[in-house]
Design a protein around this ligand. Structure first.
Ligand code: PGA
Length: 253
């Protein structure tokens, strides 16, 4: 399976900046490593335009969130079908910034995983402990609980694809920005893999799931994470908003 580099543009880039970046990336895509899948996650408003720029390219489009109902009276939300029609193949779920500012819970993320799988969208499920959890020795427990609450009761078919993004909150640039050591990342990925093996059989864990790392990933540290066993790629926020940095980062994975 290819490695993956996901750019989470958060609310950093406006539509014109996002489109300009996507166009430049599309024009140069053949110069990048072909064994790395690239996903751009712009804001909702930029999805249509970036989606039409990326159509016909190998670079994929992702949204930063989804709603769990098909349609209805949900002011401010975007329907899953609309995301699919704008070209989205991936969706970030349960990002710690959504948990912090919008009180998103594991139960909500669970519903969002369901709707993603129904629409053949690949969910990128963000989990990770905060600094207090870590200080209190609760890190493994938090990961186990998050995964069980989010995935418990969800049937995964062999054709489904899901991504778990381990993002310790304290390592995210906007949440503390402390670099996790490769050993810590390796260990957490092993914990995640074991929980997945409790929930699903070997074949499904190996063929349907990729586990990636996010949290202040940059040019200097990307290889120390991407080279680890069971780390199938990276989720990059801040560093992904700069074209030259992100494209070099892909080459160093
Ligand atoms: P960062 O963000 O790379 O800026 O730390 C990662 C994320 O929040 O997904």
């Amino acid at each position: 399976m290819n490695k993956i580099a996901v750019a989470n543009w958060k609310m950093y880039l406006n539509t014109s900046e996002a489109s300009h970046y996507a166009l430049k990336l599309k024009k140069t895509e053949n110069t990048f490593r072909q064994d790395v899948d690239i996903v751009l996650c712009p804001s909702f408003l930029s999805l249509q335009e970036v989606g039409s720029i990326l159509s016909g390219s190998k670079i994929s489009l992702g949204a930063q969130d989804i709603f769990w109902e098909e349609r209805g009276a949900y002011t401010g939300e975007v329907s899953p079908a609309d995301l699919v029609s704008s070209g989205c193949r991936y969706v970030l779920l349960g990002h710690s910034e959504r948990r912090k500012y919008f009180h998103e819970t594991n139960a909500m993320v669970h519903e969002k995983v369901r709707i993603c799988l129904r629409h053949k969208i690949i969910p990128i499920i963000c989990i990770g402990e905060n600094w207090d959890d870590r200080r209190q020795g609760q890190k493994d427990y938090v990961l186990i609980r998050q995964l069980n609450e989010i995935l418990g009761g969800i049937d995964v078919n062999v054709a489904d694809a899901l991504i778990i993004a381990y993002e310790p909150v304290w390592a995210i640039s906007a949440g503390g920005g402390i670099n996790a050591t490769p050993d810590e990342v390796q260990y957490a990925h092993q914990v995640i893999r074991h929980v997945l093996l409790d929930l699903y059989d070997h074949t499904r864990v190996n063929t349907c799931f990729r586990i990636i790392y996010g949290g202040s990933v940059d040019l200097e540290n990307v290889n120390s994470y991407a080279a680890l066993a069971h780390v199938s790629g990276v989720l990059v926020g801040n560093a992904s908003t700069k074209f030259d940095v992100f494209t070099q980062l892909i080459q160093r994975m």
